[in-house]
Design a protein around this ligand. Sequence first.
Ligand code: SF4
Ligand code: SF4
Length: 355
Amino acid sequence: MTAIEGPPRPYSNFIPDYLKGSIGKWINHTVVRSGIIEHVDSEGRKVYSVKAGSTPNGRYSTETMRKISELARKYAGGSMRFTQALNMEFITKDLEDAQTLTNELNALGFPVGGWEGHIWNMTSCAGYFHCALAATDAPSILQSLANDLHDYFDKEELPSKLAISVSGCPSSCGGSFLTDISISGIHTEVPVVTDAAKTCDMQGTAFSCPVGAIQLKPLPDGSRTLEIRANLCIGCGLCLSACAGIIFQTPEKTDGHAIAIGGKASASRYGTTLGRIVVPFMPNEPPHYEKTVAVVRKIVETWKADAKKGERISDWIDRIGWEKFFMKTGLPFFQQSMEYLDLRGIMTIREGSGR
Ligand code: SF4
Ligand code: SF4
């Protein structure tokens, strides 16, 4: 393996030459059309940002990456970036290049859009790809949602910005709870300690539990094991990554996901807000997760029909109240709605007796 030597190279090495004279001199920007923004500097120079939707969890084949690199070379001065939300962003020197780039991205299957009253981003964590904590297939749910809602990224207008995220568990690496619509995998059983836990770092495993539900239990032979206090456990699954001897017994039956709405990371209007759970449990139903997609579409269409221009989902609910939200969407209200990680409550909903 070749070592990378020397200090990090300055980021300015990786921006087009036609941008360098304008840095720090921007005075205005205008959305020209969905997915293209014109930026103007104090000397009247213009460049154009082009934003394209990405793949779930930002996964690309090397073949696709080469095609994207070639587009960046032809139309964006040899560079591009992936945004925090994993969208692709290119900067072209004129509107004609921006339009040609849009057409070529569309031909590769990538929509260009995602600003103003559109879906800005759809992101997911890796989920089952490589995470022991996952309770749901986050990238597949995201792909199912994108297949159904993609017109809202580049064509159909919404009242305001919309961000959607899917996380495989409540740890929320996918950005959940701070997006307008967030889906999080949930475990709905208390894990059990197996014999294999004897080889684990017991103290460390006990400390891994955020609610102190794991204690060390002495055994008659003088050794120790771990004990989980079921009445405290919130089913987060964090102890599974601390100790391979702790397992969920029937995750294929008990794992699912919850839907929360009204989160946002922006400081606009009333500031940053955490989403609240409106659907406490949905079963995992691959490959297309039709029921989950239908609930999300219902929420989006109700918000679209009822919100004032500029109202994000949290602003809309602040105005109409949660009671009207449930009435207008027709979603069932459970005692456990609006709660966080109420394991026993969610168990009763999973078993069909939650109301
Ligand atoms: S959100 Fe959960 S499942 Fe997804 S990567 Fe993070 S810890 Fe793993
Ligand atoms: S699942 Fe979470 S709350 Fe339950 S014992 Fe493990 S770490 Fe603690």
